[in-house]
Unconditional design. Structure first.
Length: 255
């Protein structure tokens, strides 16, 4: 199964980008306390100091981390100003690989949150798997996964990571349902269901429709003849239903 498209492109880009903070939000997210200022003062370069506080503020806002090329210039200017550093001294090319990774670990410890790893992704997957049988939409599972991360203090994954997890959940659930149907589908039931999709008479079938298309049509007329036709229709449906009802019970489909 192709990876599910859960969000439209503009929402995906927004989700995977630092929040666009207003003045009040910026002041809140990048506020300095003594412990944080002490940590930043211990860093050697201006780039590292600005980068650390940017990652700290962005994580405080979204519980996610971003690469240095995603940092917003307004936020760089603001952070540099409160640290009494020239914004031009921040070099995004020098804030890559190990240094920002080490900073992220320290920030996670500061907030007492868990770093995202394969183990945490499996935990997230397990947490949303229980909701698939409720026929929740992918978007609903996406929101539930994020809520789970916030509630359990787990670094929020990227869109692609969540999309992969949710796709796996749907695939595995579908495979379970297919296995149940294959196990319970006997020859008699298979023949009965086949009659739903086959034309009633052989030969030129260009203008014929299989019975299942007729069963989906209910006439809303109150004329006695139409009511009789509807009654016959529902009798036919009931006849098919008694064959598939045992399988539906085993599938445990919640609607």
């Amino acid at each position: 199964m192709t990876k599910l498209v859960i969000l439209p492109e503009d929402e995906r880009n927004t989700f995977d980008s630092p929040a666009k903070l207003n003045a009040q939000e910026r002041a809140t997210c990048f506020a300095l306390d003594k412990k944080l200022l002490k940590t930043i003062d211990a860093l050697r370069t201006s780039t590292n100091k600005i980068g650390f506080l940017l990652q700290y503020g962005y994580f405080k806002a979204t519980r996610k981390f971003y690469t240095s090329d995603q940092f917003r210039q307004k936020d760089i200017n603001y952070v540099a100003n409160i640290l009494n550093i020239d914004p031009a001294k921040f070099n995004s090319e020098k804030y890559k690989k190990k240094i920002p990774s080490d900073h992220r670990i320290n920030i996670l410890r500061y907030f007492n949150w868990m770093q995202l790893s394969d183990r945490e992704l499996k935990i997230i997957k397990t947490s949303i798997s229980t909701h698939v049988k409720n026929q929740f939409s992918p978007r609903k599972l996406f929101d539930l996964a994020i809520d789970y991360c916030w509630h359990n203090k787990i670094e929020v994954p990227s869109y692609n990571q969540l999309s992969s997890v949710i796709t796996e959940v749907y695939n595995e659930h579908e495979q379970k349902l297919v296995a149940i149907v294959k196990k319970l589908l006997n020859t008699q039931l298979e023949e009965k269901l086949t009659t739903l999709v086959q034309n009633e008479t052989p030969g030129n079938t260009k203008y014929q429709r299989p019975p299942i298309t007729i069963l989906k049509q209910v006439n809303q007329s109150l004329r006695p003849s139409q009511i009789k036709d509807n009654t016959n229709l529902f009798t036919t449906i009931q006849n098919y239903f008694k064959y598939v009802d045992p399988i539906l019970d085993k599938l445990n489909l919640l609607v």
